[in-house]
Design a protein around this ligand. Structure first.
Ligand code: R7I
Ligand code: MG
Ligand code: MG
Ligand code: MG
Length: 359
């Protein structure tokens, strides 16, 4: 029997929460990679904690989930999208719990939005980094509810999906790499919703690449050219280009070298150097066990994405959303779910977004 859409919605949103909570454990190490023993130990500890009746340790979520929750709540209240409502939710959430580990620059936007009483919603984001806009992965990390909602559009109208992602992202990020990274993450989740158990890596990459070619072609003319440090040529199709590298590392027979992943995909705080690593983790783990052979493909995706190091919470939250959309909630260990903060809310959001299908 085929997996229900509801199961996939729950998988996507719960997968995102787990990636953030578990990945955050290593975020501040900022290691170039994390030894598999450390990942296995952490997962074993979570599984042991889950068996305790009381005083269970809880792995807390960070800004990634805080912002995703606001995206979900706002889309559920306003399925046709309200920029003011979503910006308010981001800002109020930040002021309520400012210590969730937000990016250094994004908090300026929340201050400005509040001070201006939400007058010009898109202005503060466009002023970031001398008008260049942030290239951080903050747009991509929080996008998962959008492709779930946009799934309701007739035959998955790609334009609607892309536009919704664009509007949500531009509330904080106007750099074209940040927007297109969020778009790629959004399209990847949407594709995963339609995947069967056996993921066809070539087909997945080909579909994504043909969509991203159109997206990048459009932003060449519509969005300002990013500055480069030394006046070097700007790569016009960076996501299409890196997708070929993702394909190569996902498919190769031998286990990829972590250093190569770091050098050629990136595990950084920028969208361009983190969204590809998340996608790689999902695709690679769909086919190969590598270091985590005794685990199912969802678990492997999470463990591999964290083992890449760098921006671990964010890469794992993005990888977890894609994997959860593909495999559904039933393969996500109960033990992980009970130990991570925010899981029951994520399930509720999935149910609400599912109710909006066909409306
Ligand atoms: O993108 P953003 O929301 O940060 C998300 C990351 C995730 O890893 C979260 O888990 C959290 O830890 O933060 O927040 P921004 O502040 O917009 O961007 C993040 C960082 O990227 C900034 O603080 C800068 O260090 C860097 N950055 C830039 N640096 C130079 N020039 C982003 N854009 C630029 C830029 O144009
Ligand atoms: Mg975070
Ligand atoms: Mg951080
Ligand atoms: Mg992060």
């Amino acid at each position: 029997t085929s997996l229900s859409l509801l199961s996939r919605f729950k998988g996507a949103l719960v997968g995102a929460v787990l990636g953030d909570c578990i990945g955050a454990y290593f975020e501040f190490e900022w290691a170039p990679s994390i030894e598999k023993e450390k990942i296995v130990n952490l997962v074993n500890k979570i599984e042991a904690e889950s068996k305790k009746d009381k005083k269970k340790k809880v792995w807390e979520f960070t800004d990634d989930t805080a912002m995703t929750r606001s995206v979900a709540r706002s889309l559920i209240a306003h399925p046709d999208f309200s920029s003011v409502d979503m910006a308010k939710k981001f800002t109020e959430e930040y002021h309520k719990e400012p210590d969730r580990g937000y990016g250094n620059a994004v908090i300026t936007i929340f201050e400005k939005l509040k001070a201006s009483d939400y007058k010009d919603i898109y202005k503060p984001a466009s002023e970031q980094f001398d008008g260049q806009g942030s290239y951080g992965n903050g747009g991509a990390m929080r996008i998962s509810p959008a492709p779930l909602l946009a799934q309701r559009e007739e035959d998955n109208d790609k334009i609607t999906k892309i536009e919704l992602t664009d509007k949500i992202t531009r509330l904080t990020h106007t750099h074209r790499d940040a927007i297109n990274g969020a778009v790629m993450q959004s399209l990847a989740i949407n594709l995963a919703l339609k995947c069967h158990e056996e993921v066809d890596i070539d087909n997945f990459v080909d579909t994504l690449k043909s969509d991203m070619a159109k997206v990048e072609e459009k932003s060449r003319s519509k969005l300002p050219k990013p500055d480069t440090e030394d006046g070097a040529e700007v790569e016009e199709f960076p996501y299409c280009k890196v997708l070929e590298t993702v394909r190569e590392y996902a498919k190769q027979e031998q286990k990829p070298d972590m250093k190569d992943i770091n050098d050629n995909l990136g595990t950084e705080i920028s969208a361009l150097k983190s969204v590809p690593a998340a996608l790689f983790s999902f695709l690679r783990a769909s086919k190969y066990g590598d270091d985590f052979k005794d685990r199912n493909p969802f678990e492997r995706t999470m463990m591999l994405s964290i083992s890449l190091g760098g921006d671990t919470d964010t890469i794992a939250t993005m990888a977890g959303a894609i994997a959860g959309a593909c495999y559904g909630i039933n393969v996500i260990p109960e033990s992980w779910q009970t130990c991570c903060e925010g899981v029951s809310d994520a399930i509720e959001f999935a149910e609400e977004l599912h109710k909006l299908q066909g409306k």
